[in-house]
Design a binder for this molecule. Structure first.
Ligand code: NAP
Length: 485
């Protein structure tokens, strides 16, 4: 893909932003300019997108038969799959993620549309409540209207799919804002959307935080699904409360624990911990960045983990993200790089550096060497705050009870990993850990058919799976007087 779209996508057409304002994106591999002409939506633009979505909801898409909705979604899924590689290149260009990772993101987007297309004609209510003598009651589940989505930049395709696919399957229409750090891939979906959906069904408005605020505050948007940091999630909830009390679902940050017991397979635990830490250069919300290992195996585990982290730099899998063999690209942009480098300094002050802790490669490339810290106090900032880079901390525990306490000692509760050969321990510990998703003897990665989301300050609501449809439906109860003539 030699050129790319930079305008807004409203009512099935690309249009200049009325704001006359533009966003700029640089390639994090070498700092070169990608574009300084990415249109940024203002209030008028957001209103135009919402009106288009409103018309599609009241007319075309909202009145489309569920099986026809499913067919449109399946067609879109096929087109996305066909173009996954070339669209993924645009993500790679803008935010440096490895092409293989982002291609997987776009095929997952296709899978999400297939999954939710299958549910479009299976949205049922209930009938006849026996307690209501003489009154026959039925419930029906209805779409909400115009739904908004706001995404983070790390896996734009999946974040878009988690929101748009269930919303459309339920008969709603969508206005989506990608992150200003990675708008190009989402915009490239425009021509595919044109081929499958009536005008206004899916609208894409680029812009920064101000555009997001306009969506969260809009009086004609009745549901907003947000993915991003906990700090912004808090604001989204506030905007919703101050405007029209729109429904909110929040997929927020994490500081996920990985608990490694002495009966675990150490090689497996180290390999999986490394894989999880370097995936998308550590820019994955569910990444298990707090590792707790039982004291009796701690030295051995740290030694193996150090070896596998150091192998990343030696094995050639870190480098040019447009190369299909690369697994670790640069961080997304200068701000993200600066943030991670600051945390590396904090970690060096608070604990002991095991490996990494520095930039990788040439000065202009925003790469960070996969990093491990140990010997940290439980209140260290590097242990408590989300870094969002390839950085883990390792601490020790003595007993199962101790491990659970340490794992739960966080404001976040997005995900967790448990490594043990004991099935009963795995069942006990997964029950006690406060998290929305847990992997046993693995690192966690979401799939279309299961719900994903957090507890505590990692947010609420679930995306994916049958539960992912709930946020896009509202229930109406209808009462019929059976004694009426
Ligand atoms: P962020 O700064 O909170 O931004 C997320 C989105 O919100 C972006 O589109 C951003 O726009 C927009 N935004 C910023 N300020 C806003 C405001 N005042 N009102 C409305 N929208 C606003 O987060 P990020 O740095 O993009 O993403 C990293 C975070 O996302 C991490 O905490 C990570 O854990 C989390 N995340 C969570 C999940 C999950 O499923 N739980 C998945 C992926 C990422 P601009 O970017 O254009 O400024």
């Amino acid at each position: 893909m030699s050129s790319f779209e930079t305008r807004l996508f409203i009512n099935n057409e690309f249009a200049d932003a009325k704001s006359g304002e533009y966003l700029t994106v640089y390639n994090p591999t070498d700092g070169s300019l990608v574009s300084d002409k990415i249109h940024s939506a203002n209030e008028q633009d957001v209103d135009a997108a919402v009106q288009a979505a409103q018309r599609a909801f009241k007319g075309t898409w909202g009145k489309t038969d569920p099986t026809a909705r499913a067919r449109a979604m399946l067609k879109f899924a096929d087109l996305v799959r066909e173009h996954a590689g070339e669209i993924a290149r645009l993500e790679t260009l803008a935010m440096g993620s490895a092409i293989a990772t982002q291609t997987m993101g776009y095929t997952t987007l296709a899978d999400l549309f297939v999954y939710y297309a299958g549910l479009a004609d299976k949205i049922h209510g209930e009938t006849a409540y026996p307690t209501s003598a003489g009154k026959y009651k039925i419930t029906q589940r209805e779409p909400i209207g115009v739904c908004a989505g706001i995404g983070a930049w790390n896996v734009s395709a999946i974040l878009f799919g988690w929101k748009a696919a269930p919303a459309l399957a339920a008969g709603n229409t969508v206005v989506f804002k990608p992150s200003e750090k990675a708008p190009l891939g989402t915009l490239a979906l425009g021509p595919l959307i044109q081929q499958c959906f009536p005008p206004g069904s899916i609208n894409i408005v680029n812009g920064g935080g101000k555009t997001g605020q306009l969506l969260a505050s809009h009086m004609e948007i009745h549901q907003i699904a947000f993915t991003g940091s906990t700090a912004t999630g808090r604001k989204i909830q506030e905007y919703a409360a101050r405007s029209n009390l729109k429904r909110v679902s929040l997929e927020l940050g994490g500081k996920s624990p990985s608990v490694i017991f002495e009966d675990a397979d150490i090689e497996l635990a180290a390999a999986k911990s490394m894989e999880g830490a370097i995936a998308n250069s550590g820019q994955i919300c569910a990444m298990a960045s707090r590792i707790f290992v039982q004291e009796s195996i701690a030295d051995k585990f740290i030694q193996v983990l150090k070896g596998s982290f150091e192998q990343v730099s030696k094995s050639g899998i870190i480098g040019d993200p447009s190369d299909k063999n690369t697994q670790v690209g640069p961080l997304a942009d200068k701000a993200q790089f600066k943030r991670v480098m600051e945390y590396l300094d904090i970690g060096k002050k608070e604990g002991e550096l095991v490996t990494g802790g520095v930039q990788w490669g040439a000065k202009d490339g925003l790469y960070v060497q996969p990093t491990i810290f140990k010997n940290l106090g439980k209140d260290s900032r590097i242990v408590r705050e989300e870094v969002f880079g390839p950085v883990v901390t390792v601490q020790t525990f003595t007993s199962e009870e101790d491990a659970i306490k340490l794992a739960n000692d966080s404001i976040f509760g997005l995900s967790a990993c448990v490594y043990t050969r004991s099935i009963s321990r795995a069942l006990r510990v997964t029950r006690e850990i406060e998290a929305g998703t847990i992997a046993v003897n693995d690192w966690y990665f979401p799939s279309p058919d299961t719900p994903f989301g957090g507890v505590k300050q990692s947010g609420y609501g679930r995306e994916g799976g049958l539960e992912g449809l709930n946020d896009y439906l509202q229930t109406k109860t209808i009462q019929i007087n059976m004694n009426a003539p």
